[in-house]
Design a protein around this ligand. Structure first.
Ligand code: HEC
Ligand code: HEC
Ligand code: HEC
Ligand code: HEC
Ligand code: HEC
Length: 184
């Protein structure tokens, strides 16, 4: 009998672990669809011929433009250039109506965190891929997964960029990691 108890304890643990690894991660994240399937490759491939800076620019004062506004798309897409279903949907819903596209960021940090792109791109000379993976070559858009408890989005990589990730790289570069460097 003791033996049988041990087996069912083991089975119980296995079920609990499986639930934790397989089911729980799906339950704690919401999956929110992007407004439409924007394709980076359509624009950044040789045929598209655009550079990252054409849409994500750094102003002289260090201000990073982030995700481009509709007006940066509308010039080229006043008329269909490719004529695909997704482009027609984009033109009908946004270009024609002038409604701003409600993009959601995959890397949004909490309000109290200060992250300057200029410092990392210009001074530290880091590539976009170091923190964002191959998003600049994506042909479609994954749903944005947001943790129901913290509200933080998973990045393209597989999870949210956490305080420890920032601090690790800063320490490797001999930075002091004072709280007020990153928190406002
Ligand atoms: C400099 C001109 C230019 C700008 C600016 C531009 N596009 Fe495009 N876009 C293109 C071209 C050219 C293609 C077609 C590429 C091809 O034929 O494969 C395209 C394709 C597309 C498609 C269809 C993709 C597909 O696979 O069917 C969509 C949707 C789209 N663009 C949306 C946007 C949005 C949103 C913006 C602004 C963030 C934008 N474009 C900015 C030139 C531009
Ligand atoms: C035609 C304009 C256009 C060009 C050119 C472009 N992007 Fe984007 N980018 C967008 C739009 C629109 C979004 C918002 C939708 C999305 O997440 O893909 C975006 C989002 C991103 C994000 C997502 C940030 C986040 O976590 O939410 C990254 C990273 C990015 N772009 C990197 C790049 C890189 C790297 C290149 C050059 C290889 C590039 N982009 C070229 C329009 C552009
Ligand atoms: C050191 C890491 C790092 C590097 C390098 C980096 N990013 Fe980011 N990026 C982030 C973080 C963190 C956020 C979230 C910022 C926030 O929420 O305050 C972000 C947000 C974004 C966004 C979302 C829109 C927004 O609100 O700004 C875009 C677009 C983006 N990055 C594009 C790029 C591009 C293009 C490059 C390369 C030229 C790049 N990033 C390089 C870490 C990085
Ligand atoms: C891959 C490496 C790397 C990652 C990841 C990274 N940083 Fe940095 N960061 C740097 C480097 C290197 C510098 C110093 C650049 C210089 O001054 O030459 C820096 C500088 C800064 C500064 C300016 C500090 C000052 O006092 O000058 C802030 C703020 C900052 N990072 C915030 C963040 C935050 C917030 C995150 C995480 C969301 C982050 N960083 C992730 C490499 C990184
Ligand atoms: C290199 C940048 C960096 C430094 C230095 C830093 N933080 Fe953070 N901190 C972050 C980022 C990014 C987040 C949000 C992501 C996360 O929760 O990990 C955060 C989140 C937090 C949170 C909230 C946790 C949550 O889940 O909401 C607290 C509290 C905090 N930091 C306190 C501190 C204190 C105290 C210090 C100094 C001892 C410090 N931080 C130094 C980047 C930094």
């Amino acid at each position: 009998m003791k033996h049988g108890g041990l087996i069912s304890f083991g089975t119980g643990c296995a079920i609990a672990l499986a639930a934790g690894w397989l089911v729980f991660p799906k339950v704690i994240y919401t999956a929110e669809r992007q407004p439409f399937a924007f394709s980076h490759t359509a624009h950044t491939s040789e045929k598209g011929g655009m550079k990252c800076e054409d849409c994500h620019s750094l102003a002289a004062d260090g201000q990073f433009s982030g995700i481009p506004k509709l007006e940066q798309c509308a010039g080229c897409h006043a008329q269909p250039v490719k004529g695909s279903a997704v482009e027609k949907e984009f033109i009908a819903n946004f270009v024609t109506t002038g409604r701003e596209i409600p993009w959601q960021s995959y890397s949004r940090q909490p309000q109290n965190v200060y992250f300057p792109h200029a410092t990392h791109i210009k001074l530290a000379k880091l590539q976009c891929t170091r923190c964002h993976g191959e998003h600049g070559k994506s042909a479609s858009l994954e749903p944005v997964q947001r943790n129901r408890v913290s509200g933080y989005s998973k990045t393209i990589a597989d999870r949210h960029m956490e305080m420890g990730d920032c601090e690790r790289c800063h320490a490797e570069n001999g930075l002091k990691n004072s709280c007020l460097d990153c928190h406002k």
